[in-house]
Design a protein around this ligand. Structure first.
Ligand code: INI
Length: 163
């Protein structure tokens, strides 16, 4: 006897979704491309332009605070952080990556909101080019798709006391 399972999956339909994007200006030549990819993906999946809010911060390290403030407004269905961290001679890049990824995860869990990690971490400029709209796709567009899917999945799991 076959039994039907309840399977939940977020639709790729951006209708009515309110999305916040926080962009790091450091390495902005690449981040602009990530933002262009994200905007294009959101609009093509039906998110209205008026429902997309973009904030710019100096570097990836500053993205979590603004993501957190956006989350606290209660006015977004998903948030995306975009940045490009290129490894240098020091440990600076690793430190930024570790802090930012941990912070995104903490904000996401604290606010019950998708916070999508669209920070590209690369060893060199060539890899950054590849991930911001060429050989390896556009990580901004991929982050936008994740935001839409997760926002729609969570709409099927409203927060309520146990019934
Ligand atoms: N910020 C980035 O977004 N990418 C980098 O590659 C980077 N590196 O390598 O230094 C970077 N540094 C700046 C950092 O995010 C902060 O803006 C700065 O430390 C001030 O807090």
């Amino acid at each position: 006897m076959t039994q039907e399972l309840k399977v939940l999956e977020g639709a790729m339909n951006g209708n009515g979704l309110r999305i916040g994007i926080v962009c790091a200006r450091f390495n902005s030549i690449f981040v602009e491309q990530l933002l262009a990819g994200a905007k294009d993906a959101l609009l093509r999946h039906g998110v209205a332009a008026k429902d997309i809010t973009v904030a710019w911060v100096p570097g990836s390290f500053e993205t979590p605070l603004v993501i957190q403030r956006m989350a606290a407004t209660g006015k977004f269905d998903a948030l995306i952080g975009l940045g490009v961290v290129i490894q240098g001679a020091t440990q600076h890049a690793q430190m930024i990556n570790a802090e930012v990824s941990k912070a995104f995860s903490q904000i996401s869990l604290a606010y019950n909101l998708p916070v999508v990690y669209g920070v590209v971490t690369t060893e060199n400029i060539e890899q950054a080019i590849e991930r911001s709209g060429s050989k390896a796709g556009n990580r901004g567009a991929a982050a936008a798709a994740t935001a839409i899917e997760m926002a729609n999945l969570l709409r099927q799991l409203p927060i309520q006391s146990r019934k």
